[in-house]
Design a protein around this ligand. Structure first.
Ligand SMILES: NC(=O)c1ccc[n+]([C@@H]2O[C@H](COP(=O)([O-])OP(=O)(O)OC[C@H]3O[C@@H](n4cnc5c(N)ncnc54)[C@H](OP(=O)(O)O)[C@@H]3O)[C@@H](O)[C@H]2O)c1
Length: 327
């Protein structure tokens, strides 16, 4: 048996035109899988790396790493889930840009009833990223000073809300005055327009030359070297993305000269691979959403069929907050 799905796939790397949207036949879920009908799908920068081949996938491939949906069928051996229940997920084989899909049940997360599907789609991948970045990769505590690049973006908006709730002093970088307003509203105490100001010099002024405890850098090529110079001795640089291009090779001996620094290059995959850790992180995230600690303010929605346009806007730095596709 098969079910019809309207889904994007791509068979070569490139610009948004490589994404091919059409009606396809979806087989019944295999053992250990569930089938879902999507209610909302999150768009992430990683989807662009997948499409461009910066993070190459075996082709042809589906695209999209998170969503919220209703279970429509269960494969053999699936326990703990029922047809009709709502679930959210991150990870599994890329393929979220689709009306229906099959998914390993091990990636599905039961969704509390009071949470809105669009809001969760806007928050689950980026929110779980923030959860591990600020609680487990480097544990940010009240009173810490944090530099967060691209503070008005999807991950950045969530991070700044959560960090300011913890009681950290957040310095955010953004590329425009409009984005600066958003970063401030999300809890940044200081905002730096890094396209106009030297962010390293400004961080020096803001911290009286002490430097910050941790830098979260997803911008990569354009910021990495100067991010290192914003740290206090024994501070940590968390390099978690490369929106402006890949980070150049690092001379490890420079870390000593700059103050016994730490550098890590984490991936959400390794922080959510263990089912118990994944569930605990989701509980932490859903509680933060339920309590209003983080909100998906400023969700930009596109019809599923317009996913290519969503990519173009994200790549051109035109978006703020989270981008969600609606089937
Ligand atoms: N390692 C992980 O586990 C993990 C997980 C999730 C996401 N990520 C990474 O986190 C980052 C944020 O993801 P997101 O989906 O929330 O995207 P996003 O932050 O909404 O969009 C990227 C932002 O990066 C900034 N940027 C700076 N230079 C850029 C350039 N040359 N081209 C495009 N953008 C540039 C822009 O903000 P300004 O205009 O303000 O500069 C842009 O809005 C991405 O790099 C993503 O790969 C990593």
């Amino acid at each position: 048996m098969t079910t019809e799905t309207q889904a994007f796939r791509f068979s070569e790397f490139g610009a948004s035109e490589v994404l091919d949207f059409k009606t396809r036949q979806l087989p019944d879920p295999a053992p250990g899988e569930i089938q879902i009908r999507h209610l909302a799908i999150g768009v992430n920068y990683i989807d662009i790396y997948h499409r461009r081949g910066t993070a190459p996938l075996p082709l042809p491939s589906g695209i999209g790493v998170e969503g919220v949906g209703v279970i429509t069928a269960l494969g053999d051996g699936v326990a703990g889930f029922a047809v009709g229940a709502r679930v959210a997920y991150v990870g599994g084989p890329p393929g979220a840009y689709a009306t229906h899909r099959n998914l390993p049940a091990a990636r599905a997360l039961a969704l509390p009833e009071d949470l809105d599907s669009r809001e969760v789609a806007a928050l689950v991948f980026k929110g779980l990223t923030v959860e591990y970045l600020i609680h487990r990769c480097f544990e940010v505590k009240r009173g810490d000073t944090v530099l967060f690049h691209a503070a008005a973006g999807g991950v950045g908006s969530i991070a700044c809300q959560w960090l300011s709730h913890i009681g950290a002093t957040v310095i955010g970088t953004v590329s425009s005055i409009e984005k600066a307003e958003i970063a401030r509203a999300n809890g940044c105490r200081h905002v730096i327009l890094y396209t106009q100001e030297d962010f390293q010099a400004r961080v020096g002024e803001i911290t009286d030359g002490k430097g910050v405890d941790v830098v979260y850098d997803s911008v990569g090529a354009e910021t990495f070297a100067r991010s290192l110079d914003c740290l206090r001795p024994r501070g940590m640089l968390v390099s978690f993305g490369a929106s402006s291009g890949p980070v150049p090779p690092l001379d490890v001996s420079a870390l000593s000269a700059k103050g016994s620094l730490y550098v890590t290059r984490p991936s959400i995959a390794h922080y959510t691979a263990d089912r118990a850790e994944y569930e605990a992180a989701a509980r932490n995230l859903f509680a933060a959403i339920g309590a209003g600690v983080i909100k998906a303010a400023g969700i930009t929605t596109y019809p599923l069929s317009k996913a290519g346009k969503a990519h173009e806007d994200l790549e051109a730095r035109r978006t703020t907050g989270s981008v969600v596709l609606l089937p």
